[in-house]
Design a protein around this ligand. Sequence first.
Ligand code: C2E
Ligand code: MG
Ligand code: MG
Length: 438
Amino acid sequence: MAAKQGTSISVEDVVAAWSPPERLLDQAWAFQALLHVSNLAVLRRQLGVARAHSLVLDVAARLADLLPAAAITTAGRWVVEVDARISGASELYDHVDAIAAAFAEPLQIDGEMHAVDLAIGAVGGPADVVSPIRLAEEVEDALVQSRSDHAPVIRDLSEAAPQIDKLALKRELKGAIDRGELFLQYQPKVHVRRQDIASAEALVRWRHPARGLILPGDFIPVAEATRDIERLTLWTLEQVIADQQVLRADGEDITLFVNISGQLLSDPRFVQRVCRMVSEAEVKLGFEITETSVIRDPTSAIANLNTFADHGIAIAIDDYGAGLSSLAYLKQLPARELKIDKMFVMQLTSSNRDPLIVRSTIDLAHALEMEVTAEGVETPAALALLSVMGCDMIQGYLISRPIELGVFRQFLRDHKNAALVDTARATFRSAAFRRTAA
Ligand code: C2E
Ligand code: MG
Ligand code: MG
């Protein structure tokens, strides 16, 4: 489609051109729901810690009876995921009504009746229009909203694919920070051998009043293009420093990592401001930088990274393998951690090539005295293979999706002294409840 000069064709136009609403009427819909046991603290007191922590399996069992064609998966101790194919919007609402009704009655647990309160986020949309990634992102946000609204949140995603108008985003991003529309989620990194939470990565999100949740992949490039990235990153750092004080008060002393865009690495003003912030507050910070960000202006990037490292900031190389550089080149950086890009990790058990790449990267990184983190660890099989390969840390949905500070604090409390990796394994072994959607 050729655009006349000066005329812009929006994503909406393109989507409307290839998928008129009539076409969607016959399509099967994808349905996804996340259910979070929200009165776990009460149940822990009533049932004891061990029994309360396996309660999620009772919830999964009831759902499996209720929706026999759905795939039911437990994710951690509090969350159950439901995936199904449905006929359309009315079934989306019917499913949620049925789930809410099923849990309105107390659940029989070891012969006693206990009320189980659930936060429910549910989404549905035409399977050929709504990507699995969008489905997952929207359902997570619906769950977050349900937790604060104390009511099920249902989103019909049939109104075509996400329509990100970069020009509008550019205009709106400036005020988004002041209006408090940006927020952070944290995703833990788990040390495989030590079985503890080694650190966590802060990931920024934008809750747009009209467009809903916007993920960083859509607005970070905009922020970089408009130079708003400096303000955004300083806001992120301030927030992370404040959140770390909260974690400290909980007795948690872990490093929090922030993603730093390449263009900031060679910006002397940014470097100065960060060093001042870090000197004023007692923080355990880490920066994740990509290999390509250094290639841009290696001399000043390397000098500035050394300055950050001198200020006690841990440096990790992010998305390793997605760019072009060699490890020998990256050895010049004061980085002690290498994060293997999730594109290699997610195919680990299904591809012939990726295990070889991951294995040799781990060995070479170790020879260069770096610890290796695998990102995008979603399955117990990937975890098993990575631990055999000697991978030091893992990050991914198997352990936890990115979660807001309040939920992260609860996560840390619950996992204190617990064997996280085994817990994850056990949880996923209990996928006896997993049923394949028809
Ligand atoms: P990243 O730093 O590589 O972050 C990891 C991304 O992988 C995150 O996506 C995370 O949600 C996702 N992820 C984690 N575990 C899994 C998994 O098991 N499976 C799958 N499929 N995905 C997983 P997210 O949050 O959308 O972030 C995308 C990118 O946006 C980040 O990639 C990072 O480059 C950038 N970003 C996020 N926050 C910031 C920020 O504050 N500043 C800057 N400059 N960039 C940021
Ligand atoms: Mg990162
Ligand atoms: Mg990454």
